[in-house]
Write a protein that binds this ligand. Structure first.
Ligand code: PSV
Ligand code: MN
Length: 426
């Protein structure tokens, strides 16, 4: 309640400027025949999960420069996501990575989540690191390992993740497999795929009926010659092998430079097999930068395909699990997450404003210039006032990052948690 009252005060100070922008945009959009409130309602309903591992400072293999006040426990991570949600009203869930976030008292955590208006999004397994005391090593793979005992250990870990998720009302298990090889000849490609399909089958069988298994792909890292699941085709082949509860997860950073991600997204939705999304930005690969920071037009083109498929009743794709999967080395993690959500929402709004009937007609007539201009027009609209209005109507801040600074949130966290507190994660 306290923060909501503070936001009302802060919003009042920004009200005149905000209303001016909103009116201006409303006038332009009304002339185009757009019902502005219906767009605002869609933005209000769009929620993006925050990963527990993005709340602390990220590092590279060369170093890490924590900014202080990082969450020291799962409870403090929930508190941080609750704060983000209070500011932008669009971050209503948190994803857990096991064993970085082993939940303790499930009932107490549920109560805490509820007090912040949050739920648990996905549970994510981790077979890419060895934990202390773990009997067998994942150095040469986990679900695809040549040794059945290692595969069994990785299966058991994923089943434990499902059990934690069930206790917290999650409905999604996300598997990202770091398995692969560094040198030609090291791994038998066909056998590695089959072992993975078989171990995933055991996990799939342990999945409750109302759960989804998301399978993420990545072309390289930690291995550089081959990855067992390097691309969407391999993810899709595994999903088809497993059954209807398995879907492909697209992480924006998991593509080689210049990959046409928008086409991948469209294809997967056409097949009804796109299950989830990890937002981040990328210059070279899995850079985990702020989403939309490097290639905003490509980001818009991806959203254009998502919105196109989501608004087509002929497309039978399940609702998507939206999540940010970023790492913040230089920015304050909470500010970066607020920026990411803003970029997601402003880009989503642009895609909503595209006139799809006109685009379809231009495509049908092979009118290349008109088709492209329609995209460019929608991309050029400054949708920030719509997003600010959506947050305001939902009880959030007109300017979430400004509010974060005005309320001295980081300073307060440093005071409470200390300058040297370090969150679990990579
Ligand atoms: C791997 O790079 C990844 O994108 C997967 O989603 C992991 O679970 C996450 O990052 C953890 O850092
Ligand atoms: Mn990811």
């Amino acid at each position: 309640m306290l923060i909501q009252e503070q936001l009302l005060d802060l919003n009042e100070k920004k009200r005149a400027g905000h209303e001016f922008h909103l009116q201006y945009l409303a006038e332009i959009l009304t002339r185009k025949g757009v019902d502005i409130q219906s767009v605002i309602e869609k933005i209000k309903a769009f929620q993006v999960a925050i990963p527990s591992w993005a709340l602390g400072t990220g590092g590279t293999r060369f170093g890490r420069y924590p900014g202080g006040g990082e969450p020291r426990s799962l409870e403090e991570k929930i508190e941080d996501v609750g704060l983000l949600h209070a500011l932008n009203r669009s971050s209503d869930s948190i994803s857990l990575h096991i064993p970085w976030d082993i939940p303790g008292d499930a009932a107490a955590l549920q109560a805490l989540l509820k007090s912040h208006g949050l739920t648990i999004d996905s549970v994510n397994s981790n077979t890419f690191q060895d934990q202390s005391g773990q009997p067998l090593s994942y150095k040469f793979g986990s679900l695809s390992h040549t040794d059945a005992a290692v595969r069994r250990q990785a299966i058991e870990h994923n089943i434990t993740c499902i059990e934690h998720g069930v206790a917290l009302d999650s409905k999604v298990l996300t598997v990202w497999l770091a398995d692969g090889s560094n040198f030609p000849g090291q791994q038998h490609f066909r056998r590695a795929w089959q072992r993975t399909a078989d171990t995933l089958t055991d996990i799939y069988q342990a999945l409750p009926d109302d759960w989804t298994l998301l399978i993420e792909y990545k072309p390289y890292e930690p291995h550089f010659y081959s990855m067992v699941i390097p691309d969407w085709g391999t993810s899709l082949s595994l999903c088809q092998y497993l059954g209807k509860k398995a879907h492909v997860l697209v992480d924006l950073g998991h593509h080689l430079p210049n990959t046409n991600i928008e086409q991948i997204v469209a294809r997967l939705m056409h097949f009804g097999r796109l299950g989830g999304f990890h937002f981040n930005g990328s210059m070279y690969g899995d850079d985990d930068l702020t989403t939309g920071s490097i290639k905003p037009y490509q980001f818009f083109l991806i959203f254009n395909e998502l919105v196109d498929a989501m608004s087509d009743p002929a497309v039978k794709n399940p609702p998507l699990a939206w999540m940010i999967d970023a790492s913040h080395n230089t920015k304050d993690p909470l500010e970066d997450l607020l920026q990411s959500v803003q970029n997601i929402l402003t880009t989503y709004a642009k895609a909503l404003l595209l006139d799809r009937n006109q685009l379809e007609a231009a495509q049908q007539n092979n009118d290349v210039v008109t088709a492209e201009e329609l995209l460019r027009d929608a991309f050029a609209i400054d949708t920030r006032a719509l997003v600010a209005e959506a947050a305001r109507q939902n009880g959030g801040a007109i300017d979430p990052i400004g509010a974060f600074r005005d309320l001295k949130i980081r300073e307060n966290r440093i005071e409470k948690r200390g300058k040297k507190s370090v969150a679990t994660g990579l």
